[in-house]
Design a protein. Structure first.
Length: 550
């Protein structure tokens, strides 16, 4: 034990980055001892030379143009993906400087049906970097939708008289090999009126004759895309042909189940100087029964009789005469107890004359009445939450900014069969009838949407809802409004260019008002931290083709 007045003791084996507490003690030659008050010190940290450990490298399900790459690290570090179409050759890269342990990079602008090879790289705060082994994925084949019939204008508007030349003018969604056929109500070919390859072909003509049977004909349009191999057809347009005489017809109808009733008119269309007539109506007495027959403004029912169940005779007249479309009589139907289904309604004419006692030429058009619900569902409370979203181009987004939940309330006394919504304007062609989902136990129907269709960006969309009940009644009167904005489009001209990063630069020095962070916040991709020159830099690099679209 050396005796000294200057003391020094070296301590070793201590732990790094640890606080220690100590006292010192000295004793003189006469064994007099003294101890200091408590002091402390903290050892320094060990320099970090260990790179992040990369694990769980994976890719999501690729689309035809995008994919998301994910991985994890054991410490906070940045994110970089290097990728290319040749193994070991990585011609492109995409990075995110945010420090995290859960990494996600969205790649976009990829080629369809192509194999890509990639590695991921992460660097920690001490500049220690690590790169994974090579992985690969294959993008999906290009998404192709079948061709669509955009419009089909029939001139003159049906019904048309036998002998009329009818124009059929079709417009397609793309260039197709098409055929336009006139078919009977049962699908039998009447005449092929046109074929060829075009997007907007010249109008085609169906020249009816006096011998063309009165009735309803179907315009069946078939479309084939020879490039994609996809085909489709549309047979929703019809042409009703009537004779040159008076059309004696009865309306179709729907009647609620027993004991409800419905009133259907028997109409004389195109009559001149109507005087009197006797008409028979044949129906299925097991489905409906006749409870009354009433006058109209232009025709007085003088007598009516259910001759036998299933046959009604009506005699009516107008002593002064009437011309145009005249309601001969109104027939009141009651549903039969426990009945369902439909009854054909077929007319025959015993007598039809004018006020000059002349018999008039005529033809009949028949219809049917069905037990069911004549009223469409009630659609209310359309909403979008949020009502404004960003376009979805494959790059990461702040959670919730590129998706919206669309919802409506739908009620119907007899039950809702389906609710769909037309999302073609935000998802592209082929999405005009996307199902909505019923929230169990409620009248609310919802669907979650994004907006990857570039042609729909920068617009306010009114998305049409189609609610159908169990009897096929449809309500398409309500729409849901949704706005889709382009990320990076600071000045709102639906383009991302130098004017957008210039606006941010001017804002940062107080020359412009604050821009909307929803479209202006580009860095980081998946969170908001205010708008600054890093956001302007990203947009500037994008305009120079150094970064993908914001």
């Amino acid at each position: 034990m050396a005796m000294t007045t200057s003391h020094s003791i070296g301590l070793s084996g201590l732990s790094a980055a640890t606080t220690y507490y100590f006292v010192v003690n000295s004793t003189d030659a006469s064994d007099n001892s003294n101890e200091s008050e408590e002091h402390s010190f903290t050892t320094s940290s060990i320099a970090d030379t260990t790179p992040p450990i990369i694990t769980n490298v994976a890719n999501g399900t690729p689309t035809d143009s995008s994919v998301t790459i994910t991985w994890t690290t054991d410490e906070a570090s940045d994110s970089l993906v290097r990728y290319g179409t040749t193994s070991g050759v990585y011609t492109d890269d995409l990075s995110d400087m945010a420090m995290t342990t859960s990494h996600s990079i969205g790649l976009s602008g990829l080629s369809a049906a192509t194999t890509y090879y990639f590695v991921v790289n992460s660097t920690d705060a001490s500049s220690n970097s690590n790169e994974s082994e090579e992985h690969s994925f294959t993008t999906a084949a290009e998404s192709i939708t079948p061709p669509e019939l955009i419009s089909c204008v029939i001139t003159p508007t049906p019904p048309v008289v036998q002998g009329t030349n009818v124009s059929v003018d079709c417009l397609f969604s793309e260039s197709v090999n098409y055929e336009i056929r006139i078919e009977s109500a049962t699908g039998a070919l009447i005449e092929m009126i046109g074929s060829g390859t075009a997007t907007n072909p010249a109008p085609k003509w169906w020249n009816t004759t006096a011998g063309t049977s009165a009735g309803t004909y179907i315009v069946n349009v078939t479309m084939d895309n020879s490039t994609s191999g996809l085909s489709s057809y549309n047979n929703t347009n019809t042409i009703r042909v009537r004779g040159p005489g008076v059309e004696v017809g009865i309306d179709c109808g729907t009647i609620y189940p027993y004991p409800e009733c419905a009133t259907l008119p028997i109409t004389l269309r195109g009559i001149t100087d109507y005087g009197a007539g006797t008409i028979n109506l044949y129906y299925d007495a097991s489905v409906v029964e006749i409870s009354n027959v009433t006058d109209s403004d232009d025709s007085s029912v003088e007598s009516w009789n259910v001759v036998t169940p299933g046959r009604l005779m009506i005699s009516a007249l107008n002593a002064a005469g009437a011309s145009g479309d005249v309601v001969f009589a109104n027939v009141v139907f009651n549903s039969v107890e426990n009945a369902d289904g439909c009854s054909d309604l077929n007319l025959t004419v015993d007598t039809l004359g004018d006020i000059y006692y002349e018999e008039l030429p005529y033809f009949t058009t028949n219809c049917s009445i069905c037990i069911g619900d004549p009223y469409a569902p009630v659609v209310s409370e359309p909403s979008a939450n949020p009502d404004t979203i960003l376009n979805d181009n494959g790059r990461a987004r702040v959670p919730g900014t590129n998706v919206s939940v669309l919802s409506v309330t739908v009620t119907d006394e007899n039950g809702v069969a389906s609710v769909t919504i037309n999302l073609s304007s935000i998802l592209g062609l082929g999405n005009n009838s996307v199902p909505m989902t019923n929230m169990v136990g409620t009248d609310q129907w919802t669907v979650e949407v994004n907006a990857p269709y570039d042609a729909g960006v920068g617009q306010v969309h009114n998305l049409t809802v189609d609610a159908t009940d169990i009897f096929g009644n449809s309500n398409t009167t309500e729409t849901i409004e949704l706005t889709v904005l382009r990320r990076g489009d600071v000045v709102r001209d639906n383009e991302v260019n130098m004017f957008d990063y210039l606006y941010i630069a001017r804002y940062t020095v107080g020359l412009e008002s604050a821009p909307d962070e929803l479209v202006s916040g580009t860095i980081p991709a998946d969170s908001h931290n205010g708008v600054n020159m890093l956001d302007a830099l990203y947009i500037a690099r994008y305009t120079a083709h150094l970064e993908p679209a914001p």
